[in-house]
Design a protein. Sequence first.
Length: 94
Amino acid sequence: MVTVVMNARGYTLQQAADFIADEYRRLVAVMADASAKMPSFGEKVDEDVRKFIRSMEVCIAGVIIWSLESPRYFGEWCAPLERSRVVKLWDAEV
């Protein structure tokens, strides 16, 4: 995602990371707002909708946790990343 944003928008690595973080926060706020304003469809449907929304929240969190803990993305840096939650990035070479 970072390299796509860098190329599409002409951003530096830091600008792309900041853009993605801002967009993520914006979308989380949109989801929370929409969830809070959900109209009622009756008790049974409301409960099903709440369960569905919760499952989507858990899915999003699970993907983030998996990507941070999986050696697929961070290899030997998985264990330190679990402690620090800091990802070292290198600027793209031109």
